[in-house]
Design a protein around this ligand. Sequence first.
Ligand SMILES: *[C@@H]1O[C@H](CO)[C@@H](O)[C@H](O)[C@H]1NC(C)=O
Length: 360
Amino acid sequence: MPRYGNFNILFIGTFTFILCCTLTLMVNINSITKTCKLDDTDKEHNIMNSKYRGPDLIIIILSAPINVKKRQLIRNTWTKLYGRKQNNLEQTFIVKYYFVIGNFGLDVHIKKQMTDEQMTNKDLLILPILDDYKNITYKVKQTFQWLSDQYDYGMDFKYVLKCDDDSFVHLKSLVGELIEIEKLYLSPPSLKSVIEVLKYSSAETMSANIQANNKDGPNKLNLYWGYFYGNARIFTKGKWKETEWIFSDRYMPYALGGGYLLSKNLVTYIGKNAENLRTFNAEDVSVGFWLAPVDNILRIHDTRFDTEWKSRGCQNQHLIVHHVSPEEMLQYYKNVEENVAASFGGSSWMKNNYLFCYSL
Ligand SMILES: *[C@@H]1O[C@H](CO)[C@@H](O)[C@H](O)[C@H]1NC(C)=O
């Protein structure tokens, strides 16, 4: 395990926000030539549903053009498990998801297929980039640029969850936890109070690390939540090898890419500075690196993010599972669905330690 067992406050040097660039990331089903504006007049291009207020959480699901079936499976499984109930958190904490796909150089018939898919579902964020795993960091950058662009146009959101199209997200539990974290840790009267709460909290699945210059004053903390590697050596082999990493002999702490959550400020920080940020092979490594010097970050390492290469086994309390096969996706969905009916009655479902049986 990385050095995340201890709770440290690190004083960091000041850093400068680099000049914000005006971006012209566009949304369009064929090619991206037009900025998404928040009005209803432009139905074809507008995938941000402006009829509703801004989502609290935006989920960006990285997906390849040909993964039509995987996207449909996600539409039919875990995304459906949220937002159905009236008069509770699911109605007040709005979640919206987008599949992010690059359309550069695609076959005409695949483009056509994507257009149809978009017409039906309106959940594709199509970027004018080459969709290749070697370009994945670029894809994440462009997505964050797009998100910060939307923010400038008035689409507010609080958090962004990045995952893949083989991730299963247990949304209800995740949102329940997120709201607890927000309440307890993100707007503390002082950092000392956060430390106190974290120290005595019973969450044995979490450990945390705050970087903040101002230890005494009130700090609004930004969340970076996932399963962290804090001490990883540079990959020299395999799909994610970094041939151009000459910065240090270890990576900066980073949350594994199968699922990590960022506060809006961190997303817009990356989005606005994207053109000046170094792009490494692995997107999760890059995000960790980009955020290393940023002030007022609460990093939470959470073992309920089952996002390591090899699963730690299906556990009820897992919030996100990565590398899920289509069969498992369906099975997890069914298990959760069945338990929803059986166990959701009172108001206790939001509790931290709510255990969910979705084992195979
Ligand atoms: C990533 O996509 C951009 C835009 O399509 C392209 O210019 C660039 O060559 C791609 N990079 C890689 C490594 O594929």
